[in-house]
Design a binder for this molecule. Sequence first.
Ligand code: ADP
Ligand code: MG
Length: 621
Amino acid sequence: MADIIRLLPDAVANQIAAGEVIQRPASVIKELMENSVDAGATHISVWVTDAGKTSIQVVDDGKGMSETDARLSFERHATSKITSPADLFNLRTMGFRGEALPSIAAVAQVEVKTRTSDDEIGTWLNVEASRITEQRPVACQVGTSFTVSNLFYNVPARRRFLKSNATELNNIMAEFERIALVHPDISFTLFRDDVQVLDLRPSSFRKRIVDVCGASYDKSLLPVQVDTSIIKIDGFVGTPESARTKGARQFFFVNGRFMRHPYFNRAIVTAFERLVPQDRQIPYFICFEVEPSRIDVNIHPTKTEIKFEDDHSIWQILLAAVREALGKFNAVPTIDFDRGEGPEIPGFSPNVVSTPPQVKVNPNYNPFEGTPSPNIRYDRQRAQVNKGWQELYSSLTQKDIRTSEKSNLALQDTNGASKLYSESSQEEQATWDREQALYIQHAGRYLVTSVKSGLMIIDIVRAHIRILYDRFMSQLTNCDGVSQGLLFTELIQISATQVPVFNMFMEQFKAVGFDISDLGGGSYAVNGAPAGTESLNPVSLLLEIFDGLLSRTGQPEDKIHHHIAITLAQKNAIKYGYVMTPEEMKTLVNDLFTSSSPNFAPDGKATLVIIPNDSIENRLK
Ligand code: ADP
Ligand code: MG
């Protein structure tokens, strides 16, 4: 038989390798930015068009490449960063595999412009499907500029699998943020579709955290520092007050590289034990410096887990360092001398039109008309129903009279179970009339009423969630949520890297009644909140919704709507133990049975059960 084994052509081999290294636009950003850091850049600019699907450009002022190196950089396993196996144990650079550029060039169109300080003139080259199609001299600055266009243009299956722009942009931001955070000495700018969204000047680590994650971090960072023979730890943990239920910013870096480390995360959680509730997350930004030989060098290009030789000792050191930071904080409150105690004034950006905050008053408001009792939460949320108090009172008296006339549930409760099935209540069940039916509240969480087939037990919280959920869903579809003006405008600060994603959801926030104006620089004024949410903090409500959305950016619109509506509904719903008035019970049941799906809460749990008559009879035999 003839020999059939053949070496794969480079273009094919590179495309296979690209499958691992380059998975999405964010992988390109990561590889190019890491190369710029390795090249000693002091300024790195990133341009992203169409969430990186159309083009990504990374420009640096690093050491550049010679004419030959520029060509060679696209060969597989071509690197300037290591030469011998021993170098693998002394890695100080982000790259070392020589895989990134050939992988990118296998699945996109790449242009490079580069010049070293030794050369008078730079070089320009164009690569397509792993082939250098053209190279010529060009006048340019010292440094390198890579433009990667039409990612996966030649691998349609992969291009189709790219997620929505919001998701891809969110991934890009996450990679950008990791590199920008751990290199505060480098300045970074980021342009999205030609609009500058970030401008990070060289600064201290603390200032960089504040620039990236928002001004609110300035007052909540506790320094963590320790230097031992096996590890040097430098960074910050948040104060216990800064803990959040989800979405806390948590970063570990080792030798300038972002890593995930659930085990070290436990050390921080342990240090905060008993200081914060168990379900809270503490923000942290921790940099480790170790001898490169003490960590596993074979770091996979797309994985972020890193193995340490002495992880047990490091765990103890980290725990002790965080505890010490907390101890100092309790003894002496930290004073940050970097900034004055003045108010936080968001940066001015000339292209943002901001509207002055407005206090909204209703000129027709008459305090003596139709205001339900302020301590009835359920009714307050239904303020728009606007029932006069007289009406409320009259229906109550009628019901009281009826209760005394007929023997039914309300009386049975006091008179004992044996009367549970009185004649009159059975008549009533034959045509269950929600208006006429009587409800009792049981154990603070159930409404019990009699229906034809048995005893119906309704879970008040789930029922209320179903009702509110339907209302918010309809507002999201029709964009007709009512906004309740806040007396005092609240400012929120969104992490600079999350601003583009936040803006993408602005329409939905407005649809449910958030009145938000963009002040620029990641600052937003919340002027109004959805009507009915008055008892909640509008800022935490908005942030909680946004945190949940961050992990849902790729999902279709109905999932996004579902998340917003369910969060609002759960937060706003009455709580177990709330004592309902008869009128409130009736409204709740009426609303439940006119909702889209009375039997189930939006999370799929049952809102009600009916204990069948025969099962009651059986038990009483
Ligand atoms: P690695 O980073 O693992 O060495 P890459 O494929 O990312 O592999 O890059 C190949 C080589 O190209 C690098 O070793 C470096 O010499 C050169 N190079 C890449 N990007 C730059 C840049 N921005 N500035 C200078 N040299 C670069
Ligand atoms: Mg590289």
